[in-house]
Structure formats: structure tokens, C-alpha cells
Design a protein around this ligand. Sequence first.
Ligand SMILES: [Mg+2]
Length: 186
Amino acid sequence: MLRISLDVDGVLADTMRLWIRLWNRRSSRKLEYEDLVEWDFWRRLGISGKEFMELMRMAWRMWRELPPTEPDLADKIARLRALGRVDLVTARPRDVEKYTLLWLEAHGITFDDIVWMRSSRMKARLDYDVFINDSPLLLEGCALKPRLLLIYDRPWNRNIACEGGLVRRIRSLDEAHNVIREMLMK
Ligand SMILES: [Mg+2]
């Protein structure tokens, strides 16, 4: 059976929307979503990785206000699950795991398993046939072994070259479904 790894932050939960709201509340340097043009965008704000994560934690604690990336996530994920096993694979601080589960439940999202990682860089070491992710950090790892990497289009990953082949840019989960289905039919 096809094994699909599905990311949470930036692919299901639009965590950065809430992150920006929290940032703009406390900083005079206002940000917009489209300003986040690099994975490590926060470095240019002069804050530490720890400060970046603290706002991420705060965003997850406010999980009721955390928007989904696109409408009808539950149905779209159910359709993906008809193609194979779908595990949510997510890197996050342990203390926000419970909020993540509450958010997933509130949005009616079902999955086969949930895998908690220490860092998203490690995800590519896992044994999946397909990764759906917004992070450029998976590129290296996915190149070691042939499998499909579907980059979920976000401002911070637009600098990744997706020229067909095993790295493809997708703009929605339905597009992911289409690409995977095509692959299975080959
Ligand atoms: Mg992500």
C-alpha cells in the first residue's frame, strides 16, 4: 500500500497567519503573509529561533483561532486516504501536541497515524513513498532515495525549483490527489 506523509503546519494548519497576527500585535515592523519569502524569514527580523518558536507555541495554544490552509480539509484528506495510508508527520514542541490533536478533531480530520518528530529535517529519513510538505528542508533527504515530494505552495518555498519529476509544486490537496493518482496509474 502507498504510504503518504502529510505535514501539518503550513499544509493543513495555516499557522503562519496567526503567527503574523501575534507578531504584528507586538512589533512596529508589520508583516504580511507574502513577506515570508524564506524558510528562515525570522532571522531578518533580528529574533532568535527560540523567539520564533515561542510565537508558534502561542499560536497553537490559540488553536481555536488557527485557520486551515484551504476549505473542506476533512473531505480532501479522506480522498487521499482512498489512495493509500496517510500519516500526519509533524515536528513540534511536545507541549503543543495536545492543541494539535484538538485542532485536527475540530476540523474533522482523520488519518492513519500521527508521527511526532523533533525536526522536520529528519522527516525524509522515514519510509514513505510520498511527502506532502511546505518545507525546503526535505529536498536533500528526499533526493537520497527516489520518492515523490509534493511541495505545498507557500511564499517561503517559492524559491524551490520544481521541474516535474519527483519534486512537484502543488497548490491544493486536490492537486496532490491528482498527481498521486496519475503516478499510481503509470
Ligand atoms: Mg510544515
